[in-house]
Design a protein around this ligand. Structure first.
Ligand code: AMP
Ligand code: MG
Length: 499
């Protein structure tokens, strides 16, 4: 990468740089936690897309976002005054095994901005080597960057906690993976990028004072309520468990598979983070494995909730030196076991139009999922059509099944349950379900179509998808293709960890 010269910026548009206020609070932790590290420039950066809603959160004017200067800043070719680029160190468990030191191998923190939406950290992914790159090149390819950019904004549109994506730029610079591809940079934004792995790093090294410092930092800035009595670190573990339970319920309820739930890919804020081989389910298969590299199926759809608990256990283990005893950590993890199923039940009930969970609803949900699995029914299309059927004909839902009598029997139970709700209003239920069950999700084949066009230099499909995914509950003209059943070739798409 050092052979690449910084591009000639003399012809940049003369839109003044925005007056960002940088607080860079992570850097106050001290140099045990990171290494100062400026991005390595890429040649000829081009805009692929940027998210107007994240730009507004940061207070970045649209006119500046459109500028060449902004493309350079968000490719890592120019550092804004006040930004302090650095890479952080973390460790983690990968595929169930302790992997030792990892760290930001290709993510560079530009710093933290005191933004209109509150303090937000800004990170470039793919902006060059860091001390933690190990054998990697510090780069990200266009293909995986399009997927991360779009899915971050899609998850936000769905109301699911996630790191956001401000910008996506591309460069013709070659990046070697299985084949030669080209480079891209995603600018990610979040209140914090701290992972479970950051805690594991200091704990495993016996660096208890740094562990405490990190935990205090997270509590002070993100979980102040943990200081209201008892052991604050146990309270932190419990609070992270609660957020993670809620997150996992949201993933399961929308048919989202993360694909690489290693402890270094788990956010301490309960955000979805590190989009790699993720997938929204097409045909429902509870054992679906979206990551082609996950040969054992550790991260299959139906194992995700238990893996999240396993990961929380690792976090508990890491925080143990700050607690009174082991029981305190176990007690802090306990609520996950009740909170996750309750949250899932509530969300699945809402998907069926149920205002409250009653005994027997579990079976109603479970029986539908079994029918869906047996007939490989499309997850998103099923719930969307079911939403319309709350106040309309059942045929479009029935048509999705091979075993229609079985579906009819289930539908009769569902309708009886709906109509038994106090003050049942079919039209209102339909509307509520249409706000719960998305019309459009970022299916693999949709991303794939946008990727193929982008490789030809045409970014229109990325931009069209961004717009559609930011409002995924709306049915708009001209977007039928985005909501349709996947084409046959979609089942053949293989997404691996390579990115
Ligand atoms: P991931 O599987 O993407 O979560 O990455 C696991 C670890 O590998 C993290 O520490 C990443 O920073 C690092 N990594 C992944 N890809 C690269 C790359 N191309 N260059 C440097 N480090 C990388
Ligand atoms: Mg990662």
């Amino acid at each position: 990468m050092s052979l690449l010269a910084a591009p000639d910026t003399s012809h940049s548009a003369h839109t003044p740089a925005p007056p960002l206020v940088w607080s860079n609070r992570f850097a106050t932790l001290g140099e045990s936690f990171f290494t100062d590290n400026v991005p390595t420039p890429l040649p000829d950066p081009q805009w692929v897309a940027w998210s107007p809603s994240v730009a507004a959160d940061l207070g970045l004017p649209a006119a500046w976002m459109d500028s060449t200067e902004a493309a350079e800043v968000f490719t890592g070719n120019r550092v804004l005054p006040g930004s302090r680029p650095l890479a952080t160190v973390y460790s983690g468990h990968q595929f169930g095994h302790w992997a030792g030191q990892l760290g930001d191998g290709r993510a560079i923190w530009l710093g933290e901005v005191d933004a209109p939406a509150g303090p937000l950290e800004v990170q470039l992914k793919g902006a060059g080597l860091t001390p933690y790159s190990r054998r990697g090149d510090g780069r990200a390819v266009l293909r995986s960057s399009i997927r991360e950019f779009l899915c971050s904004e899609a998850m936000h549109g769905l109301g699911i906690p996630t790191t956001r994506a401000l910008a996506l730029t591309a460069s013709p610079a070659a990046v070697v993976r299985e084949t030669v591809e080209t480079a891209a940079v995603v600018t990610r934004v979040a209140p914090s990028f701290i992972r479970f792995g950051h805690f594991e790093h200091f704990s495993a090294g016996g660096r208890i004072e740094e562990l405490r410092q990190l935990a205090d930092f997270v509590i002070d800035h993100h979980y102040p309520a943990c200081r209201q009595g008892g052991n604050p670190y146990a309270a932190l573990l419990e609070a992270v468990s609660e957020r993670t339970a809620e997150l996992l319920a949201q993933w399961q309820a929308v048919g989202f598979c993360h694909g690489v739930m290693n402890t270094d890919n788990m956010s301490v804020l309960g955000l979805t983070i590190d989009y790699g081989p993720f997938q929204f389910l097409d045909a429902f298969n509870p054992g679906h494995i979206c990551n082609h590299s996950d040969t054992g199926g550790r991260y299959a759809y139906h194992t995700q909730p238990n893996i999240a608990y396993w990961n929380l256990f690792c976090l508990g283990q890491a925080l143990l030196p700050l607690m009174d005893d082991q029981q305190q950590a176990l007690d802090a993890l306990e609520p996950y076991k009740a909170l996750f199923p309750a949250a899932l039940q509530r969300r699945m009930g809402a998907k069926l139009g149920l205002a409250a969970v009653l005994p027997g609803d579990d079976a109603l949900v479970e029986d539908l999922m079994q029918l869906m699995a047996r007939d490989a029914v499309d997850f998103t299309v099923l719930f969307r059509r079911l939403s319309h059927a709350a106040d309309g004909p059942l045929e479009p839902v029935r048509d999705l099944f091979l075993q229609r009598e079985a579906f009819d029997a289930w539908a009769a139970r569902w309708q009886a349950r709906l109509q038994g709700q106090p003050g049942f209003d079919a039209a209102a239920t339909r509307l509520h379900m249409l706000r719960t069950n998305p019309h459009i999700v970022l299916r693999n084949h949709l991303a794939e179509i946008a990727i193929r066009q982008a490789r030809e230099g045409d970014f229109a499909e990325v931009q069209r998808l961004l717009k559609a995914l930011q409002a995924p509950f709306d049915e708009r003209q001209g977007e039928d293709d985005l909501a349709a059943l996947p084409p046959d070739w979609a089942a053949g798409i293989e997404i691996s960890c390579s990115s």
